[in-house]
Structures are given as C-alpha cells and as structure tokens.
Design a protein around this ligand. Structure first.
Ligand code: MV4
Length: 450
C-alpha cells in the first residue's frame, strides 16, 4: 500500500480522498493555490504545498508545480479527484514517468475514452449497445446524408473531442444536415482544436443512466449498479439517485452484466462510469468517464462500499477480494448538489459563509469542505457541498430529504438549497417521472411563478 498520497484537487473531493487515505493508514499531501490557504483540505492534510496563484491554469492544472510538490514531499501516488487533471492522459503518463502511481486507469484508457469516436467503436466491439449512427468520423455532406437516410432524422452531430454537451448540433431534417455539420466542425475546431465529428440518431426524451464499475489489476471486474442523473441544467447535474426509478432489478443486472464483460474485455483498471441514454426500455452508450465521479456517494450508500478506498486499493495492486455475487443493493440514495448560486437565476454567489448549520441524523451525509466563516473564492466551480440521503426505499428517502433540507441553514451567500425543497413539491419528481429535459422546464415554470 502507498505510504503517502498527494491529492491534486480542492474542495469537498480533496477532503473525501483525504478521509479514505486516513482510514487506509496513508499520509496525505494537499496542494493549494494562494486563494485556498484557508481551505479545509489544506488544514486537514498531513502536509501541504502551495502550487501557484488562484487561476486554476496556474495551480490545480499546473503539472510541473504538482510534480515538484510530489518530489518535495516524497509522495508515492497521486489522486486527481474529478475535474482538473483527472482525465488528462498526459498527466497520468508524467506521474508514471516519475515512478509514482496515478490513482486511476492507464493513460491509454483515458486517451481512448477521451476520443468519443474511438470510445464508441471500442465499447461497441466489446458488446455495449450504442446509439445508431456513423461508423466513425464524418467529413462530407454526402456521407452524413447517407447515414441520416439509413437511421432516420432527427440526427445529432457531435464532436469527437467533446463530451459534456459541448459542440453538439441537431439536424431535424435532411435539409439541415449541411449547416449542422459545418457549424459543428467549426465549433469543435475552436473549442478543442480538433474538428472531427460523428453523427447519431437524436433521442428526444431519454433518461441519463450511468453504470459504475470497478476493476482490479488481476482482471476482476464488478458493477455497482446504476445512478439516474437525468436531473440536469445546462449539462450540470443537479440531483442524482440510485437506483434509477426507471429500472427493474432484471434490467439492472442485464445492463450490469453487459458493462462488466465489456470493461473486462477492454482490460480497464480502477473505477469507471459507463454513461447511457435510456429510452423506451433500451440503453444507448454515450460516453465512458475514467474518473471518480461527483455523484459516487449514492453508489456507496446503496452498496456499502467505500469507492475511494477501493479505488486506492486497486491502484496499489490489491485484488478486489469480492465478486459480483457479493455485491448487494440496499435501499435508496439521493444526492443534492448544493451550489453557491442563486436558487432561481443560478448566478454565482461567492463570498463569506456566516451561519453553517448542517442537518444530521440517520441516513444524512454531508460531503463538504465548507465551514462557518469560510470565504468561497470566485475562481472555481460553485459546488460547496453534497447532501446525500439514504433510506430503505425511495419514499422514505424523499421524506428524509425534506426533513434534512428543513434543518439546513447556510447564510451570507445564496445557495441552491431552496431549489430542492421546491423540487420535492413536484408530482413528476415524486413519481420518478422525468427525463433529461424535465428539470429545465421545471425551473422555467418556477421562475414564471415568482
Ligand atoms: C445525445 C442526446 C440525444 N441523442 N445523444 C449531452 C451531453 C453528452 N454527454 C451527450 N448528450 C446528449 N447526447 C443522442 N444521440 C441528448 C444529449 C443531452 C443530454 C444527455 C444527458 C444528460 C443531459 C442532456 C441534456 C441535453 C442533451
């Protein structure tokens, strides 16, 4: 096992990784920008190194500064958290070149899944169902129109280097294809420096359902069930739940078995998430994330596994020590992302937290690096905490969530806490009846009411 892990991140996830390390007997190194001198991850870590000015490009994304911090402190491994350098294949390679372990998959797997065209082909070859569309990249109108005739309109043009919704263009009819293709290519070139695009059937009302997997270096792979992440705003997840209200136990084990087999075929190592669109009872692969995800705690609550400890153990070469039959799914879990934003306009609200009174009790978990008196810097994303509720079933989970939200007090800044109380009043949400577009429509109607 590693003696010392450097945590190349900030905020709640840096704390989350620190906690897992401590329980494994590993000492921790925090890195931080000058804006984060008073951050909780810096206070709790065994050692800390300042790696640069507030701008992420000069600190949390500054590879030479992070490698220097590793060498100064003698870290054996680096945990990248999510965001920042977590899916940077070159960073993973550089860590390995410096005789340290990158806590994550191989650089080759990160690179493969970063290229959405190559990823789709690889997972499809490994048996995962994908959205009907072009076999590879699309360059000319004639080819795009040929594929669109085959699968039917509407179609979607996506950037190979994209993901997270950037660089997508819908063509409702054949006549729209030429413009969609050229504008997608131009946007992809500008955003990613790569104009490669591909074409897919456009699915109108899918849910976003993702399957969590973990693989060790001996070739053992298990899936840890799914998360329903359909409640999003502008490609930012807002609330996630496990299990999905839309899946039966049979559908879960069926897609789980397909994903497990494919991940094993690919020779993948570590934690990973296979993202699907789910419509009319069918799964369609969209992307694979090669990192620990923000919403991993809901999977922890329903499986009883500490995903970060498991991730560190397999990175250190330890075997999983259990198989699929040992994994059981118990109860229901919901995560609410608490952002420092206005609950109706979503305008960022950095500043100093005055009161910070957090809910507690059975089935209430708060993953946060915030505290009373903490000054939220304006330089980073607005996530200040994740309220994670678990209970025996979805009904009890919703009741517990309502109770926990009513106890939660954060003053001095705006937060998205009130949004979740409003969401609990919506019958569609209570019924689990929502798709990827539902939340944006809900927010619009709430705004009309105020
Ligand atoms: C799609 C789609 C409909 N049809 N692909 C958006 C983010 C990227 N990861 C994939 N995305 C989508 N791909 C086909 N063929 C609709 C979306 C999409 C979406 C997906 C998941 C969650 C929220 C979304 C919001 C808008 C569009």
């Amino acid at each position: 096992m590693f003696k010392k892990v450097l945590i190349a991140n900030r905020g709640e996830i840096a704390l989350r990784v620190h906690r897992a390390c401590k329980e494994l007997g590993i000492s921790t190194v925090a890195v931080h920008s000058t804006a984060d001198e008073d951050a909780m991850h810096v206070h709790l870590a065994d050692e800390s190194v300042c790696i640069g000015p507030p701008q992420a490009a000069q600190s949390y994304l500054n590879i030479p500064a992070i490698v220097a911090a590793c060498e100064i402190t003698g870290a054996n491994a680096v945990h990248p958290g999510y965001g920042f350098l977590s899916e940077n294949a070159r960073f993973a390679e550089i860590i390995a070149e410096h005789s340290m372990t990158f806590i994550g998959p191989t650089a080759d797997h990160i690179r493969l899944m970063g290229d959405k065209i190559a990823a789709k082909k690889a997972v499809s070859d490994a048996g995962i169902p994908v959205v009907p569309g072009s076999d590879g990249g699309i360059t000319d109108d004639a080819e795009a129109i040929r594929v669109a005739r085959e699968i039917g309109c509407p179609v979607l043009i996506k950037a190979a280097a994209g993901g997270g919704g950037r660089g997508m263009k819908v063509a409702q009819t054949e006549a729209d294809i030429s413009l969609a293709l050229s504008s997608a290519r131009t946007e992809a070139k500008a955003a990613f420096g790569d104009d490669a695009v591909y074409l897919e059937k456009f699915l109108g009302q899918p849910r976003h359902i993702e399957v969590q997997v973990i693989a060790d270096s001996q070739g053992n792979v298990v899936h840890l069930g799914e998360r329903d992440c359909s409640l999003q705003r502008r490609h930012q997840k807002v609330l996630e739940e496990a299990p999905s209200p839309a899946l039966s136990a049979e559908q879960r084990s069926e897609i789980g078995a397909i994903v497990t087999k494919a991940v094993s075929t690919l020779g993948y190592l570590g934690v990973g998430t296979v993202e699907f669109l789910f419509e009319d009872g069918k799964f369609y692969f969209i992307e694979m994330n090669t990192r620990l995800q923000v919403e991993h705690p809901i999977t922890e609550m329903v499986t009883g596994l500490d995903l970060v400890k498991e991730q560190i153990r397999v990175a250190a070469g330890e075997p999983l020590g259990y198989n699929q039959n040992d994994i059981t799914f118990n109860g229901h879990a919901i995560e609410c992302r608490i952002n420092a934003e206005h609950p109706r306009t979503f305008a960022p609200s950095p500043g100093t937290i005055v009161d910070f009174h957090v809910p507690g009790g059975l089935g209430v978990r708060l993953d946060s690096a915030a505290y009373a008196g903490y000054k939220i810097p304006p330089h980073y994303d607005s996530l200040i905490g994740k309220l994670i509720i678990s209970a025996d079933d979805r009904e009890a989970c919703l009741a517990r969530l309502e109770r926990a939200l009513s106890e939660f007090v954060i003053s001095g800044i705006n937060t998205t806490i009130p949004l979740f109380s409003e969401l609990l009043q919506a019958q569609d949400f209570r019924d689990g009846n929502y798709d990827i577009h539902w939340l944006e429509r809900f927010i619009e109607t709430q705004q009309d009411e105020s």
